[in-house]
Design a binder for this molecule. Structure first.
Ligand SMILES: [Zn+2]
Length: 187
């Protein structure tokens, strides 16, 4: 069985408590449970969900994609729906790695456009960008952080093939660091 991290705690960090500060100009402490009004306040300056659920079958597809592309990094998108602070991935899109590198990825623009068009037609939201680390742990590299143009609007899922078993972890990326996101896999 692949390893995946299941953490009960909500994402932490100084950014976590910011609720649309751009509009509200206030800072509030992150509630332990999503408040009823929290969803209406969400905007693209904060993580749009606290927990990412990736069905086991979809997780297996991610790992298979990583293995197919190795020793080059694979990349792709996870899309689904968000409700009550929980995101559930429903599908994924394979995206070509234009960097064709073992230590980096660059999403193919045409594949991205195709994926976004399909998401729009199906009413799905982009939840996460995934990529693989064929020979290193599933932790964001400095380049992953530097080249993240999505802020914390999407999670980053990394599939590592470095160990005896694949390991999958999810992250919220910022230029100055990364904090682990809650990734849950279930049937
Ligand atoms: Zn990476």
């Amino acid at each position: 069985m692949p390893n995946f991290n299941v953490f009960g705690a909500a994402p932490r960090g100084k950014r976590a408590g910011r609720v649309c500060a751009r509009f509200l100009r206030i800072r509030v402490a992150r509630p332990r449970e999503p408040l009823p009004w929290a969803e209406s306040l969400q905007c693209d300056t904060m993580p749009p969900f606290q927990v990412l659920i990736v069905p086991a079958a979809l997780l297996a597809e991610l790992i298979a994609h990583a293995r197919t592309c190795a020793p080059v990094e694979c990349c792709g998108l996870l899309a689904g729906r968000v409700a009550g602070g929980t995101a559930r991935a429903e599908t994924r899109y394979e995206v070509g790695n234009d960097a064709a590198s073992a230590t980096a990825y660059a999403t193919n623009p045409r594949d991205m456009l195709r994926a976004f068009r399909d998401m729009r037609e199906r009413g799905l939201e982009l939840l996460a960008i995934y990529h693989s680390h064929p020979a290193s742990p599933p932790k964001p590299s400095a380049r992953d952080r530097a080249e993240n143009t999505y802020g914390e609007t999407v999670a980053h899922v990394i599939v590592s093939l470095a160990g005896p078993e694949p390991e999958v972890r999810a992250w919220w990326l910022a230029p100055d660091g990364a904090r682990e996101a809650d990734l849950v896999s279930r049937e």
